[in-house]
Design a protein around this ligand. Structure first.
Ligand code: MN
Length: 135
């Protein structure tokens, strides 16, 4: 599956996760932009509006869910789909992520074979009957 013309912002401070994520997305024809912390994320979002944000939950000095709310408070990015990346999905987390405005989450370690389809399923107009954003 390839998806040309898409731009995805990956916010992730773990270098190997970031590299793997970027590799898999670019192999599928997606253009990626990256940020390793909140300031870089804000900088990227000033430069461009991506089609989707992949948001690590634990970032240096920041909570990915707080950043998700920040993105949606800005009228320019209020409808941007944000998908949480989490290494520690526990009971109740999905509800917590949805309440923060995430479209859903993807568990780490990344499922290499299924990752790109997981990401694409969160894009508006794709992913069958799944709502683009569950708020
Ligand atoms: Mn992290």
């Amino acid at each position: 599956m390839t998806e040309d013309g898409l731009v995805i912002l990956v916010v992730e401070d773990n270098e190997s996760n970031l590299e793997l994520t970027v590799f898999l997305l670019e192999e599928a024809g997606v253009v990626t932009v990256t940020a390793r912390d909140a300031d870089e994320m804000r900088e990227r979002l000033r430069e461009l509006t991506p089609d989707l944000v992949l948001m690590d939950i634990q970032l240096p000095g920041s909570d990915g869910l707080v950043l998700t709310r920040e993105i949606h408070e800005d009228p320019r990015t209020s409808s941007l789909p944000v998908v949480a990346l989490t290494a520690h999905a526990m009971r109740g987390d999905r509800e917590r992520f949805l309440a923060a405005g995430c479209s859903g989450y993807i568990s780490k370690p990344i499922d290499i074979a299924g990752f790109v389809d997981q990401v694409f399923s969160f894009l508006p107009g794709r992913g069958g009957d799944r709502p683009a954003r569950a708020r």
